[in-house]
Design a protein around this ligand. Structure first.
Ligand code: PEP
Ligand code: MG
Length: 845
C-alpha cells in the first residue's frame, strides 16, 4: 500500500504523512495516527474512513471494500477501531482479527502453533457473532479457548443462530464489521449517551482499519501499553502493562503489570524479556511527548522482539496529574507557559484544593442537591449545631444536617466536617459560609426526606439513615453518599504554585477575596488574593462574647442605652479590623457596614428566649413580645442594609469609628492603610448622602482626637435593580461601586436566594434556566443591569473603581463577563481565588 496507489479518495484514505486526514473529517484517532506516521513510528498499515464515508455506510452506501482489503498485505488480519471527535463521546468497541477463516487458520498454524491459531479464530467468531451479527451473547461467551472442540462448537452455534455459515470471505467480514459499527454510532441510545457527554447532535464517526501485528507466535510476542508518567501524580515514572502472547488491550484487562525490571513479582518483565523493545518503546514515547507536545500512552504489540505501535492516546490523568504534566512540559520547553496555563480547566483546580472522593471509588448515592461548596467529607450524622460541637470535642467527624442554617449555627458549622441542608441555593447562608470555611456543603437536597424530630433522613428508596450513621457529603458533585468511600487529599504542591505564578503574570483583572475573619483573610493571603473585596461585618457579631451586647443594643429603648451597648462592641470591632489590616499588609480591605435584619441576632426557640431574658434581666414574655414585634414579612426586603444605617445610625457610627481607629493603629506599625467602607442595599442617592455625612463626621472626630490624619474610600454595593439604573447619580458621591450579584439576582428574578434550591434542579432540567443564576451570572437579565450600571457610573465618574463581590466572582463564565464589562477586580470566597486567578489568566491569553 504505497502513496501512489491511494492518494485520490479523501474519504477512504491510507494514512501517510501527506494524506488529507483531519480531526474534523476523520476523527481524533485518525489524525493522531497520522502524526505518528509522520514521526516515522513503526505503525502497521492503516486506512482512515471519513465521517462522511461512515455515515454513508450506515445509510447503505458501502465503498469498494475489495479494493480496501487489497491495499493490505495478502492474507493479513485486520482490526477496525473508532475515531470520533472526542474519545469521551464513546463509540463502538474495536473488532480484531478480521480476515480470520478456515484457510488463514490453517496457514497460521505452522507459525503460531495449532492451538494459538484456533484460539485466534475462535475469538474472532465470538466477537463477530455478538457485535456484528448481534446473536445471543450467551451462546458465544465464556467458552474455554484451549478446548479442542471449542472452535467447532462456536462455528456450529453461529450457523444455527444466524441460519447461514460463518462468512469466510474477508471482504464480506470487513463490510459487515464496518456496517455494524457505523449503525451502532447512529443508534438512538448511542446518540443520547454522547450528547449527554457534550457531543453535538451531528457528531460524526470515523473508522480506522489497521493491519494487525499479532502479538502471538515464536520469539517474544505480546501486547501492552506504556507511558512515561504516573497517571495519578503526573510524576515521571514509566508505567504500563505488558502480557506475553496476547492481543489488543488484553494486557490491561488481565491486569498483568510486567513492564520493567523489578516491578512485578509474578513473572519476568518486558525489560528482561525484550530489552531492545523496551528501550525502543521508551524512545518512541519520549519522542511523542516532544513532538506531539503531550504525555502519550502508547499501545503496542511485540512480534518476535520487534515493536509495532498501534495507537497513541493522551495519557488519561487525574486533575493533579494534569497540572503537573502541563507544568513539566512547559519547564522542559515542550510547550509555552501560556499554553500550560491554558491547558488546565479552572474547575479542576478547585478539585486540588479540597479532599475529594477518590475517582474510582464506588459511590452509594442516596440523594442529590446543589453542589454549594466543593470537597468531600464523611462523618456521623448530627442534627444540631450543639451536637456538632460535642462531636468535634470527641474528635469524631460529623455531618451537620439542618433544614437550613442560620447565623446561630456558625459554631456548629465550624465543628462539622461537612454540611447538608434540606433547603437553600448557591447563595443561602450554609452555602456562603461553607465556601468561606472551605467546608464541603450540599444544600437544597429536596429529594431526601428529612425528619428532624425523628432525627433521621430517608432516601427515595426508603432507606433510613439515623443520627450517628456515617454518610459522605460530596460538595463537588452535589451528591450524598452512604458510608465513607476512599478519598484523595488536597494537592497544593510546587506544580500548583508554579502554574498559579504563570497565570498571575498573564492576568489583567485583579482578584480579591471575600473574607470576614482573620482566618479567612489568612486563607486569602495564602491563595495570593490581592486584597479583601468584601468583609461582611455582621459575621463578627455572632461570636459568643458579642451576642449579648449585640442583643442589648438591639433591645435598647433609647439612643443612650444603645450607645452603651455599642461601646462594648467598639473595642471588639476595632480589634477585628486591626487584625485584618495587619494580615493584609497594606493591601486594600473593603469593609461592608452592617447588612442583615436585626432580628437575625435574636433567638427563635424557647431556650434561647429564656437565656436572653436572663441576660437582659427581663421577663420571658416581654422578650418574646419584643422579638415578635421585630419580625418582618419579607426580611430580605425589609429593614436591613443602609436602611438600618439611616434609621439606627449609631451602629454605622460605631463601625466607622472602629475602622478609623484600627486604621491609625495598624498604620503605626505597618504599611499605611486606606480602608474602604461599603454601604449595602443602596437604592437611592440620598441614602448615600445621609450616611456619608455621618461617616465624614466620625472621621473628622477621630482625626481631631488622635491628632493624626488618614484617608478612606467610600463605596456603594450595587445590589438592587434601582441602584443599577441610578448608578450615574450614585457614583458622584463615592470612590467605588461593587456589584452584589447575589441580592441583585434575587431581586431581578424576584427569586428568593434561600428557597431557590427547592425547584432549581427542575428549572434547569426543563431548560427554563440554562444554569442556576445564583451560580453563573445571568448575562441576559442581571448582566444587562450590571452593564447599564457600569456604563452609567463610568460616564458620570470616569475614574471610578468597579468590581463584583457576589458569589459569581469565583465563577469562570461570570469572570469573563466582568472583564468584558471593564471591571477592575472580582472578589470571591478565599477557596475560589485560585480558580478565579486561572480563569482570569486564560481570558487574557
Ligand atoms: C450580594 O448580595 O451579592 C452580596 C455579596 O452580599 P450578601 O451575599 O452578603 O447579601
Ligand atoms: Mg447582598
Amino acid at each position: 500500500m504505497d502513496d501512489a496507489a491511494t492518494a485520490p479518495d479523501p474519504h477512504v484514505t491510507p494514512i501517510t504523512p501527506t494524506a488529507p486526514v483531519a480531526a474534523v473529517t476523520h476523527g481524533g484517532r485518525a489524525k493522531c495516527l497520522q502524526r505518528l506516521v509522520r514521526l516515522e513510528m513503526p505503525l502497521p498499515r492503516t486506512v482512515a474512513l471519513s465521517f462522511d464515508t461512515v455515515h454513508g455506510i450506515a445509510a447503505g452506501r458501502m465503498p469498494d471494500i475489495a479494493a480496501l482489503v487489497a491495499g493490505f498485505h495478502a492474507g493479513a488480519l485486520l482490526c477496525v477501531r473508532p475515531s470520533s471527535g472526542d474519545p469521551d463521546w464513546g463509540g463502538p468497541g474495536a473488532i480484531l482479527n478480521i480476515g480470520m477463516n478456515e484457510a488463514r487458520c490453517r496457514a497460521l498454524a505452522p507459525r503460531l502453533g495449532e492451538a494459538a491459531a484456533r484460539a485466534l479464530y475462535l475469538r474472532f467468531v465470538e466477537s463477530y457473532a455478538v457485535h456484528v451479527a448481534r446473536l445471543d451473547p450467551d451462546s458465544f461467551e465464556g467458552r474455554d479457548a484451549t478446548h479442542p472442540d471449542a472452535l467447532a462448537a462456536a462455528l456450529a452455534a453461529y450457523e444455527d443462530e444466524a441460519e447461514e455459515p460463518f462468512p469466510q470471505d474477508p471482504v464480506v467480514q470487513l463490510s459487515e464489521v464496518l456496517r455494524s459499527m457505523a449503525r451502532a454510532w447512529e443508534g438512538t441510545t448511542a446518540r443520547l449517551l454522547r450528547q449527554a457527554r457534550g457531543a453535538p447532535a451531528d457528531a460524526g464517526l470515523g473508522l480506522v482499519v489497521q493491519e494487525m501485528a499479532l502479538g502471538l507466535g515464536p520469539g517474544e510476542c505480546g501486547s501492552g501499553v506504556l507511558q512515561l508518567v504516573d497517571p495519578e501524580t503526573g510524576l515521571p515514572q514509566i508505567t504500563g502493562r505488558y502480557l506475553s502472547q496476547s492481543q489488543g488491550r488484553e494486557a490491561l484487562e488481565h491486569g498483568l503489570a510486567s513492564l520493567y525490571l523489578g516491578r512485578d513479582p509474578r513473572g519476568p518483565s518486558l525489560e528482561e524479556l525484550a530489552p531492545q523493545a523496551f528501550e525502543d518503546l521508551k524512545r518512541h514515547a519520549a519522542r511523542m511527548r516532544e513532538r506531539l507536545r503531550e504525555e502519550m500512552q502508547i499501545e503496542f504489540t511485540i512480534e518476535d522482539g520487534g515493536v509495532h505501535i498501534l495507537d497513541g492516546i493522551r495519557v488519561p490523568r487525574s486533575a493533579r496529574a494534569g497540572l503537573r504534566i502541563a507544568v513539566r512540559l512547559a519547564e522542559d520547553g515542550v510547550i509555552s507557559r501560556a499554553e500550560a496555563v491554558m491547558r488546565i480547566e479552572p474547575r479542576a483546580v478547585s478539585e486540588l484544593l479540597h479532599r475529594q472522593v477518590a475517582p474510582g471509588a464506588p459511590r452509594a448515592v442516596i440523594g442529590r442537591g446543589v453542589a454549594a461548596s466543593p470537597g468531600a467529607a464523611s462523618g456521623r450524622i448530627v442534627f444540631t449545631a450543639a451536637d456538632a460541637q460535642a462531636s468535634a470535642a470527641r474528635d469524631e467527624p460529623c455531618i451537620l444536617v439542618r433544614r437550613e442554617t442560620t447565623p446561630e449555627d456558625i459554631r456548629g458549622m465550624h465543628a462539622a466536617a461537612a454540611v447538608l441542608t434540606e433547603r437553600g441555593g448557591m447563595t443561602s447562608h450554609a452555602a456562603v459560609i461553607g465556601r468561606g470555611l472551605g467546608l464541603p456543603c450540599v444544600v437544597g437536597a429536596s429529594r431526601i426526606r428529612f425528619h428532624f424530630k425523628r432525627r433521621q433522613i430517608v432516601d427515595t428508596e426508603g432507606r433510613v439513615f439515623r443520627e450517628g450513621d456515617v454518610i459522605t457529603v460530596d460538595g463537588t458533585t452535589g451528591e450524598i453518599l452512604a458510608g465513607s468511600p476512599a478519598m484523595v487529599e488536597a494537592a497544593l504542591d510546587d506544580a500548583f504554585t508554579t502554574l498559579m505564578d504563570w497565570a498571575d503574570a498573564a492576568r489583567d483583572i485583579d482578584i480579591r477575596a471575600n473574607a470576614d475573619t482573620p482566618a479567612d483573610a489568612q486563607t486569602a493571603r495564602n491563595f495570593a488574593a490581592q486584597g479583601i473585596g468584601l468583609c461582611r461585618t455582621e459575621h463578627m457579631f455572632f461570636e459568643a462574647d458579642r451576642l449579648t451586647p449585640m442583643r442589648e443594643m438591639i433591645f435598647a429603648d433609647s439612643p443612650a442605652d444603645r450607645q452603651e451597648a455599642l461601646a462594648l462592641l467598639l473595642p471588639m470591632q476595632r480589634g477585628d479590623f486591626v487584625e485584618l489590616f495587619r494580615i493584609m499588609e497594606g493591601m486594600p480591605v473593603c469593609i461592608r457596614l452592617f447588612d442583615p435584619p436585626l432580628h437575625e441576632f435574636l433567638p427563635s426557640d424557647r431556650a434561647g428566649l429564656r437565656d436572653l431574658a436572663e441576660a437582659l434581666d427581663m421577663a420571658v414574655s416581654d422578650v418574646t413580645r419584643r422579638v415578635e414585634a421585630m419580625g418582618e414579612y419579607n426580611p430580605m426586603l425589609g429593614l436591613r442594609g443602609v436602611r438600618l444605617g439611616i434609621t439606627v445610625p449609631e451602629i454605622y457610627d460605631m463601625q466607622a469609628r472602629a475602622i478609623f481607629e484600627a486604621t491609625l493603629e495598624a498604620s503605626r506599625d505597618g504599611a499605611p492603610v486606606v480602608p474602604e467602607i461599603m454601604l449595602p442595599l443602596v437604592s437611592a442617592r440620598r441614602e448615600v448622602e445621609l450616611v456619608r455625612a455621618r461617616i465624614d463626621a466620625v472621621a473628622a472626630a477621630v482625626r481631631t482626637e488622635r491628632g493624626r490624619d488618614f484617608t478612606y474610600r467610600l463605596g456603594v454595593m450595587v445590589e438592587t435593580p434601582r441602584a443599577c439604573l441610578r448608578a450615574g447619580d450614585i457614583a458622584q458621591h463615592v470612590h467605588f461601586l461593587s456589584f452584589g450579584t447575589n441580592d441583585l439576582t434575587q431581586m431581578t428574578y424576584g427569586l428568593s436566594r434561600d428557597d431557590a434550591g427547592r425547584f432549581m434542579q427542575a428549572y434547569v432540567a426543563e431548560g427554563v434556566f440554562s444554569e442556576d443564576p445564583f451560580h453563573v451570572l445571568d448575562h441576559e437579565g442581571v448582566g444587562e443591569l450590571v452593564s447599564i450600571g457600569a456604563e452609567r457610573a463610568r460616564r458620570a465618574k470616569p475614574g471610578i473603581t468597579l468590581s463584583i463581590c457576589g458569589e459569581h466572582g469565583g465563577n469562570p463564565e461570570s469572570i469573563a463577563f466582568c472583564r468584558a464589562a471593564g471591571m477592575d477586580y472580582v472578589s470571591c470566597s478565599p477557596f475560589r481565588v485560585p480558580v478565579a486567578r486561572l480563569a482570569a489568566a486564560q481570558l487574557a491569553i
